[in-house]
Write a protein that binds this ligand. Structure first.
Ligand SMILES: N[C@@H](CCC(=O)N[C@@H](CS)C(=O)NCC(=O)O)C(=O)O
Length: 383
């Protein structure tokens, strides 16, 4: 490469610039995918001159992850980034058999939306262990010529409000912790027998799930310690998801492929049964809130960008009443599960439905909002 311009060298390697930060939940999904897919990338905070001048207007919004390819194509949103590479690589990480396909997409929704409460709770409510670490990262995101301390303070306050909006309020702490500790026990059991969700190779669902389980739950000091002490095999999966090789060492002779014959491990069924406890009622409550909101928006033009939340859904888990932000994005991802189900033939649908019923999540096939969310100009918008 000697003698070549830096940008030429990048072009030859088909280089990707990833805009993100180490403590960002959604960046963890795109980063893990790039690593596993062997795509050369360099990560930058979305604040440099190049980003402001060339990327932001194409991205349409400041959220991370956003990528820029060597051709200057900009893709914002973790799911869109994965879709892009799945399209060009022949869907390398998308299982094709019916049950595995559905589960992969379902874990993608759960990863994006279903674990925000524990992720934010364990980041913001354990200041003794986390405060310095988290503050350092928030300050590092601010360009050095600005008032890092003051700006970080503002963003952190906004994130603490978001934590509350996801239901991370004091009355719920005990429930959040009980559910999470049971969850990591189940994940630990699964990853003790299987390197990835569906066998020896990561699927889209693994990338979805790594989002909350990396930057927050597998990296911030308090939850990291909890995971290392209580769920070492889950911790290994978190490491594995951030390594380019299959990283199957402790499993001995195992092929880097999905389980044969559309098999699904029993530990996945147990895991979903547990996740269903709050994911299903929360999805039901969010749909009802969003539908009410949509009914009140008779003049909402097509292509209007969706908001992060449009109100609060209220639901009960183990006798505790939770109010949580109703996010249209959940239904953008859930529709992908529902569409994949509807595209199956009748026999396959029956088999998948039985599996989902067994897990207590079959209702998710029918929970819909009145208007679809689609992507347009790099944004998620109302159809
Ligand atoms: N749907 C987006 C969500 C991205 C997102 O919300 N990222 C957060 C960081 S983890 C962010 O950029 N927040 C800043 C903001 O909302 O202004 C995705 O999956 O990529």
């Amino acid at each position: 490469m000697k003698g070549l311009e830096f940008s030429e060298e990048r072009k030859m390697k088909n280089f990707v610039t990833l805009y993100g930060t180490p403590l960002s939940l959604y960046t963890g999904k795109a980063r893990s995918y790039l690593i596993k897919a062997g795509i050369s990338y360099e990560e930058h905070t979305p604040t440099n001159e190049h980003y402001i001048q060339n990327v932001l207007s194409k991205a349409g919004s400041r959220t991370v992850p956003t990528i820029e390819t060597t051709d200057g194509e900009v893709i914002r949103d973790g799911t869109a980034i994965l879709d892009h590479f799945e399209n060009v690589s022949g869907a390398r990480f998308s299982p094709t058999s019916s049950k595995q396909k559905l589960l992969s997409l379902l874990f993608d929704v759960i990863g994006a939306e279903g674990l925000l409460r524990p992720a934010m709770h364990y980041r913001w409510h354990f200041p003794e262990q986390n405060a310095d670490f988290v503050r350092f990262h928030f300050e590092s995101m601010v360009p050095a010529n600005l008032d890092r301390k003051a700006m970080a303070e503002k963003t952190m306050a906004r994130m603490q409000e978001a934590c509350k909006a996801f239901g991370g309020v004091e009355e719920n702490y005990q429930l959040i912790e009980a559910l999470y500790e049971e969850l990591i026990e189940k994940l630990d059991k699964h990853f003790g027998n299987s390197p990835y969700l569906l066998g020896g190779f990561p699927c889209i669902g693994d990338f979805g799930l790594i989002a909350p389980l990396y930057a927050h739950l597998g990296r911030d000091p308090a939850p990291l310690q909890l995971m290392q002490m209580k769920a070492p095999r889950l911790f290994r999966w978190v490491e594995r998801m951030n390594r380019p090789e299959p990283d199957l060492g402790e499993f001995g002779e195992i092929e880097a492929v999905y389980l044969k014959n559309d098999e699904v491990a029993k530990s996945i069924i147990d895991l979903l049964k547990h996740l269903a406890e709050d994911f299903v009622p929360e999805t039901r409550a969010a749909a009802s809130c969003i539908n009410q909101w949509l009914n009140d928006q008779s003049d909402l033009p097509a292509s209007t960008p969706i908001q992060r939340g449009v109100g609060f859904g209220s639901f009960e888990v183990r006798g505790v009443q939770i109010n949580a932000l109703a996010q249209p994005y959940r239904f953008f991802l859930l529709k992908r599960v529902q569409d994949a189900f509807e595209a199956l033939d009748i026999d396959a649908q029956e088999e998948v439905r039985m599996m989902l019923e067994d897990c207590g999540v079959a209702e998710l096939l029918n929970i819909k909002i009145l208007r679809n969310v689609i992507r347009k100009g790099n944004l998620e918008v109302w159809e």
